[in-house]
Every structure is written in C-alpha cells, then in structure tokens.
Ligand binder design. Structure first.
Ligand SMILES: Cc1cc2nc3c(=O)[nH]c(=O)nc-3n(C[C@H](O)[C@H](O)[C@H](O)COP(=O)(O)O)c2cc1C
Length: 207
C-alpha cells in the first residue's frame, strides 16, 4: 500500500462540522512515526497546553515522565509496553507516561478525580500536538508493575496512559501488514443520540 501521509490523513480525518474547531476532527492516533526528533520548544509546548487543563480543586495532580529517543526513560517506558505496542511505539521519538497524585496534599484524603484530571490534561496535550503538526497515540497496553519498578514511581501516584509522540510517518514505517490495515481502518464513533440524553436513555434534541 503506497498512500502518502496526506492521503492517509484524508481517510482518517473526521468529517468537518461547521462550528466545531477543525483540530477535533483532524486529531487521530496513528502508529507510524517518522524518524524525526522534536525540538525542545515543540516538546515544551505540548506540556504547556496540558498544564492549563482544569482540575478538581485546582490540584493539578498530573506528573508526566518524558523519555526522548535513546534516553533511559524512553527505554524503560518502552520496556513496560505489551508486545503489540512495543513493536510500533518504540519508533516514536518521545514516549511519555502520565501519572497522577492520587492523594489530596491539602487533606491527605484520596483524590478520586486524580485520573480524571490526568485524562483532561492528556487530551489537551494530544490536541496541542495535533495543532503543532505532531501526532500522539495513547496506550493502556503496558505493565503497571514494570513501569512502576523501572521508573521508581511512588505508590501514591496512579498510572494513566503511555503516550507515543512524534511526527507522523509513512505507512512503510510500520513493522507489519496488520498494522498497515489498522492504520487505514475507518474511525468510528457513536451517534450523538447514544451519548447525549434529555432523560435517561432518551436522546436529547440537539439540532
Ligand atoms: C486510554 C487509552 C488507551 C489506549 N490504549 C491503546 C493501546 O494500548 N494500543 C493501541 O494501539 N491504541 C490504544 N489506544 C488508542 C485507541 O484505540 C484510539 O484512541 C481509538 O481507537 C480512537 O481512535 P482515534 O484516537 O484515532 O480517534 C488507546 C487510547 C486511549 C485513550
């Protein structure tokens, strides 16, 4: 399959809807990464965006471990991935592990919203990446035990996702044909009627 990156993106971008910011339709999760590193400013800016996410009591519980290519942290995050993710995500120039302080430092009580807030910050990160012409692909497929041990993460931090970040690559960068197939598979979403209700299970009239 010899589609260019822009041809792949034409297949993958969601249809534009008037009034919705284009970045929401353009962001998607490729697995093909180019062999191109990010500048320090490009990397800093995705975290700058994440930093401004809202959080419960403004606790900002998110902490990100950032591994750039060939660093010990990149190697350790890669090591913790399940085999399926290991195969493609190792090519990403940046591997990030999102964690969240699961205790409210002001009260000492559990912060039930820590991972929720980390998710919000991670969404900001992925959208900022898309706005910068980068791609970000989140993964739950990793061993928490291995990540915690290798990266020496304290017990009071909950683990979120691993994020592969970089420039999108050609389909040829993918290590096997199954991944090429998945890269080209249609993206699916539930209709609004299944996710927005006026009463329980009654689709809201939105338009
Ligand atoms: C929390 C989370 C965990 C995910 N885990 C994996 C994973 O382990 N491996 C993988 O290839 N993709 C993973 N994904 C990517 C999803 O499959 C992808 O986001 C979803 O199919 C929607 O596609 P899109 O991001 O291109 O819109 C994960 C995404 C999220 C948000």
């Amino acid at each position: 399959m010899s589609l260019s990156i822009s041809e792949v993106n034409r297949l993958k971008h969601a249809p534009h809807i008037e009034g919705v910011l284009p970045i929401f339709h353009e962001r998607w999760s490729p697995r093909a990464f180019a062999h191109r590193d990010l500048s320090a400013a490009e990397l800093a800016n995705v975290f700058e965006a994440a930093r401004w996410a809202a959080s419960s009591s403004n606790l900002q519980p998110w902490r990100f471990l950032v591994g750039t290519r060939n660093s010990a942290t990149h190697n350790k995050i890669h090591e913790a991935l399940v085999d399926f993710n290991k195969e493609w995500a190792g090519h990403a120039p940046v591997l990030i592990l999102g964690t969240a302080l699961a205790v409210n430092p002001k009260t000492g009580k559990p912060n039930a919203y820590a991972l929720y807030d980390l998710g919000a910050a991670t969404s900001y990160l992925t959208l900022q990446a898309a706005a910068q012409g980068l791609v970000a692909h989140q993964m739950a497929g990793f061993s928490h035990e291995t990540a915690r041990r290798l990266l020496e993460i304290p017990e009071n931090y909950a683990l979120g996702s691993v994020i592969a970040l970089g420039y999108q690559g050609e389909l040829a960068a993918l290590p096997n044909p199954t991944l090429v197939e998945r890269e080209l598979a249609p993206r699916e979403r539930k209709p609004l009627s299944e996710i927005a209700f006026s009463a329980w299970d009654v689709p809201a009239t939105l338009a």
